[in-house]
Design a protein around this ligand. Structure first.
Ligand code: ASP
Length: 311
């Protein structure tokens, strides 16, 4: 048995804000990521390999705010954050503020496996990338016209935001990406990758590379990947909180995710969502925003892909 869930960001994702022509492209992007993860899980591969493969697929798709489609910082560059965690041994790796890395999630995995550390940032992370021969790309690779235009409109302001919850900018609703999986051996893993927030200040790091905030996996309970206003997800230790509610209070996956997304984050004024799987293969996809790019696949044949509130 296996299960896999993915997300491509939560926010003002509605039929009004997503151009009709782009709706099928988003769904296709999500299905491609599910295919990449399922190819590994259905042949007995590990949850860790599956979440990395699914996130790499989303990083390579310019529609999503991660890897190739990352948003611009205030200085007009791309600084990306990513993390990965293996629930079978609680090993984790993450990178923050990296530039020109084609697949930040794979660099995060190298950090986990080869650096002896958990989180590398900025120039040090880029130096490490050279050492492990991570795939690099020139600035041009990360150029997308719509993201550039989006940045031109706000670069002289102090305005920063999740690129996909900008109600006054209804044409673009793209977000952070993530994947969580349970494999045939009952192991869990989680991976998350992002360009962060549009027009973010130099050096700003969100929740995506912070273990226990935007990403967490533990075979004893669950694997979680988050999207939303990162500052809140860090302050509320959002993904670790789901784990704690399950471990200490005995809540089900669905109840624990609901508690964090609605009773805690929404009450605090934080918009976002999370995807989760537990060690029994249950899946939960919940958000307190208008929509969330999301999908899952289960070995029992169930498959689901949705963008808006209920479709
Ligand atoms: N959580 C991400 C951050 O704050 C943004 C997102 O989910 O789109 O960096």
């Amino acid at each position: 048995m296996f299960s896999l869930a993915i997300h491509g960001g939560a926010g003002a994702v509605t039929r009004e804000t997503i151009p009709t022509s782009e709706d099928p492209l988003f769904r296709k992007g999500l299905r491609n990521a599910l295919d990449a993860g399922t190819a590994i899980l259905s042949t007995g591969g590990s949850a860790l390999d599956a979440v990395e493969a699914a996130v790499r697929t989303l990083e390579n798709d310019p529609l999503f705010n991660a890897g190739r489609g990352a948003v611009y910082t205030k200085k007009g560059v791309h600084e990306m954050d990513a993390s990965i965690m293996d629930g079978s041994n609680l090993k984790a790796g993450a990178v923050a503020g990296v530039r020109n890395i084609k697949n930040p999630v794979s660099l995060a995995r190298k950090v986990m496996e080869e650096s002896g550390h958990v989180l590398l940032s900025g120039k040090g992370a880029n130096e490490f990338a050279l050492k492990v021969k991570a795939e690099m790309e020139p600035d041009d690779y990360f150029y997308t016209k719509f993201r550039y235009d989006q940045w031109l409109r706000v670069r002289h302001t102090d305005f920063y935001h999740l690129d996909h919850i900008v109600s006054e900018d209804p044409d673009r609703k793209f977000g952070t990406v993530g994947a969580v999986a349970m494999d045939a051996h009952g192991h869990l893993a989680a991976a998350t990758s992002t360009g962060g927030m549009l027009n973010k200040q130099y050096g700003r790091i969100g929740d995506s590379p912070i273990i226990g905030a935007g990403n967490y996996a533990n075979d004893a309970t669950c694997a979680i990947s988050c999207t939303g206003h990162g500052e809140y997800f860090i302050r509320y230790a959002a993904s670790f909180d789901v784990h704690c509610l399950m471990e200490y209070k005995g809540l089900s996956l669905e109840e624990a995710v609901r508690t964090v997304i609605f009773d805690k984050l929404k009450v605090a004024g934080a918009e976002g969502g999370m995807i989760a799987v537990d060690a029994k293969g249950n899946i939960s996809l919940q958000f307190n925003a208008l929509g969330m790019h999301r999908g899952f696949r289960h070995s029992d044949g169930r498959e689901y892909v949705a963008l808006y509130n209920n479709e």
